[in-house]
Ligand binder design. Sequence first.
Ligand code: SF4
Length: 352
Amino acid sequence: MKRVRAALLRWYKRNRRDLPWRRTPDPYAIWISETMLQQTRVETVIPYYERFLERFPTVEALSSAETEDVYGLWAGLGYYSRARNLHAAARCIVDEWNGRLPEDADGLRSLPGVGRYTAGAVASIAFDRPEPIVDGNVARVLSRLHGIREDVKSKAVVDRLWEEAGRLAVGPRPGDLNQALMELGATICTSRAPRCMACPIAIHCDANRRGDAEALPVRTPKTPPRAMEAAVAWIPRRGVVLAVRRPPGGLLGGLWELPGGEVGNGEKPAAALRRLLREGTGLEVGRARHLGCVKHGFTHRDLRLHVYRCESPTGRVRLNGFDAHKWLSPSRFDALAKGAATKKALGLIQGR
Ligand code: SF4
């Protein structure tokens, strides 16, 4: 383990990519980058990170920001719950931690949205604490290094991976060590065609010795996502259209969308939409014209979204299941924080 550690640190010193968050010791900036990097590619994150830090350079600036401003800067990065949690955590740091990020993993994990991975990353990189991290890249490297040939999602394997990562993290420069593991997984020990010839820990690697690196980590096939049908309405009225906002928390919490919802079993989409508009907004609509469908894949659901243009709305808006509404011009709708399916629906409408 000592030799693996030393080899990783030597390799990282010479080969680390120059990334904006690696040029700063600021724990706040490191926390922002680690949050943005979850499930998102490095190249995608860089411009978002730079804009976010420019607009909110300190935890105080983020804590006093309007939620809409935070969402606005996040738009396009996806997984908006991360933005919501960052904002809530910034307020918590200012109110309960004197404006300084907690230095240990337990303190960090007490913040909204900070899980084991982010806590380990911030504690080790920003505060030199010997805390492990396990993300997809680290799991792949460690599974191959130690020849772990059981389902990588099983509890036993997850526990083993954290244990192995914990053994490696103990020693000097734990932050560099953790970043070396992630960097190795991202650039050398890739899912397909790992470059074992260029790997600094090849002589210690079980999968390299056995020649089955590409078969690891072992994953049992996922259950296929559930098919789901929904319908939404573009409701124009004197040059403006109706947008509704989901309440905070839950899937797509705090994001704006077109009114509508899920089509029930055996229901026709147009009839379902009238029901959903009545129940969710209190509006009755006249003619509903089908503009087309868009598809979007969530982690556990495959969504087919019917998009309608509904004329002549009557009644006053009374929300049920949404927490705010706006009648606004199409260009202002474009500027709101929205989920990917709503963006696709708006793209379809603009195309028509
Ligand atoms: S030797 Fe190959 S499989 Fe093993 S850790 Fe290095 S790149 Fe990955």
